[in-house]
Ligand binder design. Structure first.
Ligand code: PGA
Length: 255
């Protein structure tokens, strides 16, 4: 964990839950159990269509920030089915998850992720750039894939905006599989990502970027991954749909 920064824990609800009623009740539960100010930045990213119900459920708790799972890179116009940054911000969204592997799998390119990232940070929000390999090969080619995801994703991002960038390392093989990366794998990748950021921006500036881990994080493995992986927080899928589990994961990042 970087000195002088709070850990960041982001709950990615993905395409869950299935009804607005369930979304409201999960948010009400979260509001209830996140009743104390914790020394962590906590974000939940529901499906766009449930943003309003989550805002209602959380009822201005102030302890949980709102995130989105995607955004369109244009501000306004003829883009059927898309959601703009302005729309998201009108609900109070301050974080956007970008380049999640489940979107890359459906064809989202590094260039598209970069455009969305620029739109997000220009609007004053924080972009969570997801990177990660599908599999690990003997010759470590996956490292160059991750390097490319980072360099392309951050193309033209100026130093002055780096504090609005988070990199989430999410090995695809660990997402939703229960097959978590080991704490030492996570630590190694964190150092690798830091090295790329240092090459791009210099060592001091690179320290402004929080590097978080995602992939089958749960209340049992969170503490070890946090301490030994030495990450700045987590991106949590499945476990974020259970309010108690999510709270335990957040607590695992607090000394
Ligand atoms: P998981 O998902 O925690 O269910 O593995 C993580 C993610 O995809 O962000």
């Amino acid at each position: 964990m970087k000195i002088g920064m709070l850990p960041l824990i982001v709950g990615n609800w993905k395409m869950n839950p299935q009804t607005q009623t369930l979304s409201t009740s999960l948010s009400v539960q979260l509001k209830k159990i996140f009743n104390k100010k914790l020394e962590a930045d906590v974000v939940i990213a529901p499906p766009h269509i449930f943003l309003e119900s989550v805002v209602r459920g959380l009822n201005h708790t102030g302890k949980i920030a709102l995130g989105a799972q995607n955004v369109h890179y244009q501000k306004i116009g003829s883009f059927t089915g898309e959601i703009s940054m302005g729309m998201l911000q009108s609900y109070g969204v301050s974080y956007v998850i970008l380049g999640h592997s489940e979107r890359r799998r459906d064809g989202e390119s590094n260039d598209a992720v970069n455009l969305k990232l620029i739109t997000t940070i220009k609007a004053g929000a924080t972009a969570i750039l997801c990177v990660g390999e599908t599999e690990r090969d003997q010759n470590a080619h996956y490292l160059s894939l991750i390097e490319k995801q980072i360099r392309s994703g951050l193309a033209t991002v100026p130093k002055a905006r780096l504090s609005q960038v988070v990199v989430a390392y999410e090995p695809v093989w660990a997402i939703g599989t229960g097959d978590t990366a080991t704490p030492s794998d996570v630590h190694e990748m964190k150092l690798f990502i830091e090295k790329i950021l240092s090459d791009l921006y210099g060592r001091n500036m690179a320290q402004k970027v929080r590097i978080i881990y995602g992939g089958s994080v749960n209340p049992k493995n969170a503490r070890e991954l946090f301490i030994e992986g030495n990450v700045d927080g987590f991106l949590v899928g499945g476990a974020s749909l259970h309010a108690d589990d999510f709270l335990q994961i957040v607590k695992a990042t607090i000394a």
